[in-house]
Ligand binder design. Sequence first.
Ligand SMILES: [Zn+2]
Length: 357
Amino acid sequence: MFPRSFLTFSLLLLIVSFSFSLTLVKVRYGVHKEKIRIVFELNKKVKYRVFALERPYRVVIDIFDRKVKFRKISLPRGIKYRTGTHPWGKRIVLQPSYEYEVKAFSLNRPFRIVIDLYKTLRFKPKFVKKVIVIDAGHGGKDPGAIGWRGIKEKWVNLRIARYLAYYLRKDGRFKVIMTRKGDYFVPLGKRAEIAVRNKAHLFISIHADAAPRKNPRARGTQIFALSHRSAERKKREMLRNTYLAKLLINNGGYKYRSTRLILTDLAFKITLEESVEFAKILARELKRNLKRRVYFKGIKRAGFAVLKTPGTPSVLIEVGFITNPYEARRLASSKFQRRVAYSIYMAILKYFNLKPR
Ligand SMILES: [Zn+2]
C-alpha cells in the first residue's frame, strides 16, 4: 500500500502536467481563386507530416503529440474529415470531393501547419460515382459451406450480392461490379484483381459460415475488416511497379525510395483504418435492421485477405451460420436476404456521407 499523501501528490502532478502540455488545434480555411488554404493553428510547435493518397483521394495530417485536442474544425463545404487517435498522436484525414495538388508547410508564432489545395488539370467538377465491388464468396466447383438440408453457401452469397447490386444500381450514385454474377468459380486472386483494376472505393465480400462442431447452435452475423498488410515481398513489388507507386503522392520526396516505402506503409495502414470504420458502421446497420446478433470481429488477415493493394477499404461478412437449422432457414429466405442487402446498402450510404434517396 502507498502512503496516501504520496498518491494524492502524484495524481495532482499528473493532472498539472497534463493540462500544461495539452496541444490545442484550431482548423480554419480560406477560399482563394486558385487554391483552398487550410490552416491548423496550434498553441505549440509539434512534429507533423502531411501526405496525400489516391483512390480515393485523401489528404492526411499526422500530428505527433499524444495530447492533442481539436478545439474547432472548420472546413469548406465538400471536404469531409475524420480524426483518429493513435499511440503516437492524432491523425486527421481530409476527404475532398475533388482531387487537388497539395502543398504543405509550417509557420511560426503562432505555430501553424498550412495546407494549400490547388486545383489541377485533373479537377473533376462532376460527381464521381463510387465504385463498389461486391464479392459473392465461392461459386462453381467450390460450394463453400454446405448447410442444413444441403443448402449451399455459394447460393446464399450470390443472392445477397445480387440484391445489394440491385439497391446500389437503383440509387444511381454507384458503379457496381460483381466478382461473379452466376454460379462459376473465380479464384481469390482474380477477385482482388477486379477490385484493383476498377479502382474500387469499397470491397464487400459476402459469405455464410459453418458452425464449429463444438457449437452447432452458433448464430449471428460476423463482420471482419480485411487487412491488406502484406508480406515484404508484395511491398517491394509495389515499389517496383510504377503504376502503383504513382498512386501515392508526396510533395517532392516521392522520388526517394525510402519515402515511397513509408508512404506505401501508410497507405496500407490508413486503408485498414477505413476498413475498420466501414465494418463498424456495417455492424450497427445490420444490428438495427435485422434485430439479431451482429459482431464486429476485428481484423482478418492472411489467406482471407482478398485484396493486397492499398486504397480499397474491404470487409468480409459472414451473414449467418448455414449449418444451424434456424439460421439456415433465414439465410435461404429471400426476405432475409433482401434485408441483409438493404442494410449493407444503408451502411454504404452512411460511410460515404450520402443521404438516402
Ligand atoms: Zn465462405
